[in-house]
Design a protein around this ligand. Structure first.
Ligand code: NAX
Length: 328
């Protein structure tokens, strides 16, 4: 039997986790032969609710689950973690500015970054879902002294899937026909879903969908605003689809990527690729190599239309970084 992998999930009694935990426990994320230890972190007032989630996990009798730890202590939750999935964060309340939200959640991610560095496995990988996920991730990375910033990620896979499904619907093809989909920048309404390098059945999207006005306008806007559209329709934010995207991001990061394809994830920029500023957590086209490391796909040509969109999203990330400079 393989050595168990310890997966820590924060916000474990929340909506996304309620879809996510059961699929991790069933082996959908790390493999059907990979035992897992689940460490679940919540804030103290939600521990009772978390107890209920743990009871349900127990009642599934998942053969891969070796142990479940439920706690409100980050030091306990992150102990020996191999994967930290930071889902928990405080939602924006009425009258709150983005800066206020960054400040409140920022402090949480200072503490979690430190606790991960002090308690997790040294090569632990950290994946942030809780919003604003890029800047929360940056704060955690900057506070996790001694850890490699390359091991910090934030989620744009849900945006990638939203973009793929819009393109598939427009072209009248199954979603599996759409590949090479990059989300650039911030997981926010400035993100840029790059239809220029995406492909449908191996052909450039622009050859299959010739409605340029739709691609440059409605398509981008629909992807950027999809989260808000789901809240308006469902009365609650995306949960099952967000959990699916979180699970698939980790799966993509541990599985060699199919030849010629790539996926979107936000990672720490080194300032050498595509004119992205150094030192932000930015979504980029990414491949997982055969040895389990990852690389940014290089050599894509960025036209003037894309350049403007990518720069705008990076400018927003730099502004968020400046807002939380006191936390790093
Ligand atoms: P919920 O409010 O249902 O759950 C969040 C949970 O986090 C709560 O149970 C809360 O008690 C817990 N929590 C808060 N502070 C914590 C802390 N310091 N330590 C541990 N737990 C803490 O939200 P849910 O719908 O599950 O969404 C979770 C996060 O994902 C939100 O920030 C949300 O904005 C974000 N999302 C990110 C997406 C992405 O693509 N990156 C898409 C979906 C989602 O909007």
């Amino acid at each position: 039997m393989k050595t168990p992998v310890t997966v820590t999930v924060t916000g474990a009694a929340g909506n996304i986790s309620y879809s996510l935990l059961f699929r991790i426990a069933a082996g959908e994320m790390l493999g059907a032969d990979q035992p897992v230890i689940l460490k679940l972190l919540e804030i103290t007032p939600c521990l009772d609710k978390l107890k209920g989630v743990v009871m349900e996990l127990q009642d599934c009798a998942f053969p891969l689950v070796q142990e479940i730890v439920a706690t409100d202590d980050p030091a306990v939750a992150f102990k020996d973690a191999n994967w930290c999935m930071l889902v928990g964060s405080v939602p924006r309340k009425q009258g709150m500015e983005r800066k206020d939200l960054l400040g409140i959640n920022g402090k949480v991610f200072v503490g979690q970054g430190k606790a991960i560095a002090e308690n997790a496995a040294p090569d632990c990988r950290v994946f942030v879902v809780g919003n604003p996920c890029n800047t929360n991730c940056l704060i955690a990375a900057l506070n996790a002294t001694g850890m490699d910033k390359k091991n910090f990620f934030a989620m744009t896979m849900l945006d990638e899937y939203r973009a793929k499904s819009q393109l598939a619907e427009k072209a009248g093809v199954p979603v599996s026909a759409v590949t090479n989909m990059t989300i650039w920048g911030n997981h926010s309404s400035t993100q840029y879903p790059d239809f220029i390098h995406a492909k449908i059945n191996g052909k450039p999207v622009t050859e299959v969908i010739t409605d340029t006005e739709w691609l440059q306008g409605e398509f981008i806007k629909t992807v950027q605003q999809r989260g808000a559209a789901i809240i308006a329709a469902r009365g609650a934010s995306s949960a099952a689809s967000a959990a699916n995207a979180a699970l698939m991001t980790v799966k993509n990061l541990v599985t060699p990527t199919a030849e010629g394809d790539w996926y979107s994830v936000c990672s720490y920029t080194d300032g050498t690729k595509y004119g992205l500023p150094e030192g932000i957590i930015c979504s980029q086209p990414t491949r997982t190599n055969a040895d389990g490391t990852y690389s940014i796909v290089e050599g894509l040509e960025i036209d003037a239309f894309s350049r403007e969109k990518i720069d705008a999203s990076c400018a927003e990330l730099l502004a968020e970084k400046a807002d939380v400079a006191h936390l790093a």
